[in-house]
Design a protein around this ligand. Structure first.
Ligand code: F6R
Length: 369
């Protein structure tokens, strides 16, 4: 049942290329338009949207953080991301022209469900991104985009996360197109890049042996820090979350630029710091900033584990361990950079002798607030 893998988590990590391909399947019409499913909102409703809130928990929240970068960049509508458990207590300003996007693998997270009920009471439109057909969150939403990740058994979310990213990208592109901010050919150029990610991911998954070795090395670390910038920031948070929940180790993710405002004091001789480096193409400025952040932590004794685009040879000088990932456009990069972090957390947990698929104190679907 685990398809030759030691854990469901490893099986689900290996299924990610297929899960992405399945989630993309049939989404592009012959006219180059994005086709969403069960969208009971008219194009006019979507054109009237003037603000987007994304609500979710845990890993799904990290997908929402990535989505914000893509949606604001492509659609040019303000987009906020909020933890579902915080959303309604803040009394957010919502009305008919607000689109609330609820992201949930299980479709049953009570915090997310309560956030969406609150949004509906305030007359906002609710669009769900969900992996579980017929679950409560999509049933109560105005529209649904299903991720076709297939059942996820391991408690730690992996393939659901990557397919949530794909769904968010599709929603962003769809909104940009119907609102006339992007032309059909621009949209299909991005979709084409998305369609290449399963192959790139297969290549990447074929090279995880080094990550496994590294995991055996890191299993006794007392803390592991993760840094990233732009879409690499939520990836850093996600890497840290996976390590906490599976390996029961202290781990924390930071926006790389925030280090100097406090967290850099944590760095000691040998502290492992996982650094997610943006692509040198396009926004080279951002990549250079992260590289100087890597130099800063290294100068203070950190052991650097650097995730960078293959061919970015200059980072090698600052990396104690270099994990190259296939080139991908900046906004889509989390589809690559997250994967070594999933493998790392899984292997560290296994090396520490933990039950990778059923970590202590956690449930796959959290139906209490
Ligand atoms: C972490 C993890 C959790 C879930 C969170 C939301 O690996 O799996 O953080 O992402 O409980 O669950 P869903 O997406 O089902 O609402």
């Amino acid at each position: 049942e685990k398809g030759g893998h030691d854990y469901f988590m490893l099986k689900e990590i290996a299924e990610q290329p297929q899960a992405i391909a399945d989630t993309l399947l049939g989404r592009l019409s012959e006219r180059g338009e994005i086709v969403l499913d069960e969208v009971r909102l008219t194009d006019q409703d979507l054109r009237d949207v003037d603000k987007i809130f994304i609500v979710a928990c845990g890993t799904s929240y990290h997908a929402g953080m990535v989505a914000k970068y893509a949606i604001e960049h492509w659609v040019r509508i303000p987009c906020e991301v909020e933890l579902a458990s915080e959303f309604r207590y803040r009394d957010p300003i919502l009305d008919r022209s607000t689109l609330v996007v609820a992201i949930s693998q299980s479709g049953e997270s009570m915090d997310t469900l309560m956030a969406l009920r609150h949004a509906k009471e305030q007359k906002a439109r609710v669009l769900a991104i969900c992996n579980t057909n017929g679950s409560t969150i999509p049933r109560e939403s105005d529209a649904v985009l299903y991720t076709h990740g297939g059942p996820e058994i391991a408690v730690a979310s992996t393939k659901a996360f990557l397919t949530q990213l794909v769904a968010c990208y599709l929603i962003g592109l769809h909104l940009a197109q119907i609102r006339g901010v992007m032309y059909a050919d621009e949209v299909s150029a991005v979709v084409e890049k998305l369609q290449q990610t399963p192959d790139s991911l297969r290549t990447l998954l074929g090279r995880m042996e080094e990550v496994r070795e590294l995991a055996r090395d890191l299993k006794t670390a007392s803390t592991v820090l993760f840094i990233g910038r732009h879409v690499g920031y939520p990836v850093a948070l996600e890497g840290a979350l996976k390590l906490k929940e599976l390996a029961y180790m202290h781990a924390e993710g930071f926006a790389a630029g925030e280090l100097k405002h406090g967290p850099i004091a944590l760095i000691d001789e040998g502290t492992p710091v996982v650094c997610v480096v943006p692509s040198p193409a396009g926004r080279g400025v951002m990549r250079d900033k992260v590289v100087s952040n890597i130099q800063e932590v290294r100068a203070r004794g950190a052991r650097t584990i650097v995730i960078a685009e293959e061919g970015d040879e200059d980072v090698r000088a600052f990396a104690d361990h270099l994990i190259p990932v296939p080139a991908t456009p900046t906004l889509l990069a989390p589809l690559m950079t997250t994967v070594p972090l999933q493998v790392l957390a899984c292997e560290i947990a296994a090396a520490r002798g933990h039950d990778v698929d059923q970590p202590r104190n956690l449930a796959k679907s959290v139906t209490v607030e």
